[in-house]
Design a protein around this ligand. Structure first.
Ligand code: GLN
Length: 189
């Protein structure tokens, strides 16, 4: 089978993505090893802790395979995943995969206690979306080649680049399936 959506399961909030994909009728599989990637047509890198995920990626020899995967297949990256997708990060402990050209700023919106929900604007739907932000990162130095798909108070919070998507909030924590649905529509060919 080559049409599963992989969900990187090294650490963090991966299980809820499986449920979201299930609800939308998309088959998924958890990925912890590089030899599981060929069976995936796309991949979600979930939220979690980017410093830990970065170490685990190297420990599990996944860094280069993930970079190679993203050259031909779409990746949706959430929060810690968004940090890893960047080509530059404001924290030397996290090794950037360099998949989308921006600089990720970690923990810009405050500590765990400052996690919050807020309405954001989607470019593909008039109805606002209630987004969950948890120690959220911010996009900086975003390339003109990327497209801003959602904003909060005019700040980019979701960006597309080819068929890749990077988000600073957690769509899997919401009952609103529009974000996963949007990405699935973009990647069906
Ligand atoms: N602040 C976390 C980090 O730097 C990301 C938080 C999240 O994924 N919700 O990894």
């Amino acid at each position: 089978m080559t049409d599963h959506i992989g969900v990187l399961a090294l650490q963090g909030a991966y299980q809820k993505h499986v449920k979201c994909l299930d609800a939308l009728g998309a088959e998924s599989r958890l990925v912890t090893r590089s030899d599981e990637l060929p069976a995936c047509s796309a991949l979600i890198i979930p939220g979690g802790e980017s410093t830990t995920m970065s170490l685990l990626m190297q420990e599990y020899s996944l860094f280069e395979p993930l970079k190679a995967f993203a050259e031909t297949r779409p990746v949706m990256a959430i929060c810690a995943g968004m940090i890893l997708m960047a080509d530059e990060i404001d924290d030397a402990r996290v090794r950037p995969l360099g998949i989308i050209p921006y600089r990720a700023l970690r923990n810009v919106y405050g500590s765990q206690l400052n996690s919050f929900t807020a309405d954001i604007e989607l470019c593909f739907d008039e109805e606002a979306y209630r987004a969950h932000f948890i120690r959220a990162p911010r996009f900086d130095q975003l390339s003109d080649d990327a497209t801003i798909v959602a904003t909060k108070d005019k700040d980019a919070v979701m960006v597309s680049y080819g068929r890749h998507l990077a988000l600073s909030f957690h769509p899997e924590l919401s009952d609103d399936a529009r974000i996963h649905e949007y990405w699935l529509q973009q990647i069906i060919n």
